[in-house]
Write a protein that binds this ligand. Structure first.
Ligand SMILES: [Zn+2]
Length: 280
């Protein structure tokens, strides 16, 4: 059964909960998926679909969860290659040689928050629990990108860095990009202190009044969905080619991993994006 959730669709396949964007599902040459907490083998406090290594769950459980999730999402587990996230704006171009990296074998470097490729059969994997997932598809040149953009990445305009890199590597015209802003902590919940708010207030060209609101005291609300949408627009992606999930993990913490809702004792979700191979 497929049910709408925000601007995505939620589906359970063999009890594994998967979120997808209808706009991306309609692109014939790609496959994508965003995981939830449903359908894995991990025990409390990681129950049950934890796709994050290094948070206290066993690597064996996380790998088993990857196998289960990939099976449900019709993605080849061998094709996975993972980010090595540190809230940087470093983007790495990956190829088939990078398959397995960070999942079936230890990651070979640290500090990679964006992945891009134009090779079929290479599945990009990035990790989340409130931070913003950004999906990119160059519909003309058949290239893809996936980025982790938390508040630091967003303040550093990770979305625009990704577009620049896709231009350099694949000759991408931003007009040909279809982009999606995945589940991320929303304006309903994302309260920040002044030092963080100040970083967003600096983004004057994006008109901060649209994504930064002062609350009482020294607290502010940042709308990460909107600021990321505006970053993508400013990078030249047409408004009609940007879809925003409008799904907040903290408001949906039974289904989604939220760092804030769990106080940091948690598992994590993964976004996946690949160009299909002929034989798939
Ligand atoms: Zn919320």
């Amino acid at each position: 059964m497929v049910a709408p959730m925000g601007n995505m669709e939620y589906e359970e396949i063999h009890s594994v909960g998967i979120l997808r964007f209808p706009a991306l599902s309609s692109v014939p040459f790609i496959r994508h998926a965003f995981s939830t907490r449903k359908g894995g083998v991990s025990q409390e406090p990681f129950s049950s679909m934890n796709l994050n290594f290094g948070r206290g769950d066993s690597d064996e459980n996380v790998r088993q969860n990857f196998r289960i999730f990939c099976d449900a999402a019709s993605i080849s587990p061998e094709s996975l290659t993972a980010s090595a996230q540190t809230h940087s704006t470093v983007v790495r171009r990956v190829t088939k040689a990078d398959r397995g990296n960070g999942i079936w074998r230890p990651k070979d470097r640290s500090g990679v928050d964006g992945l891009i490729t134009n090779e079929a059969g290479v599945t990009l994997v990035t990790y989340y629990a409130d931070c913003t997932p950004l999906f990119f598809v160059d519909l003309k040149n058949r290239a893809i990108g996936l980025a982790h953009s938390g508040w630091r990445g967003t303040a550093a305009r990770m979305g625009a860095v990704m577009v620049e890199r896709m231009k350099e590597e694949f000759g991408t015209d931003p007009q040909d990009i279809l982009a999606a802003v995945g589940p991320a902590i929303g304006p309903c919940c994302y309260e920040v202190d002044e030092p963080v708010a100040r970083e967003f207030a600096k983004m004057e060209d994006l008109k901060p009044d649209a994504f930064l609101q002062k609350k009482t005291g020294e607290k502010y609300i940042v709308n990460l969905w909107e600021v990321n949408r505006r970053i993508l627009l400013s990078a030249g992606i047409p408004a009609e080619s940007i879809v925003v999930a409008e799904i907040c993990p903290q408001c949906n913490s039974g289904l989604l991993w939220s760092h804030r809702a769990t106080g940091g004792v948690r598992g994590g979700m993964a976004a996946m994006l690949c160009i299909k191979e002929e034989e798939l």
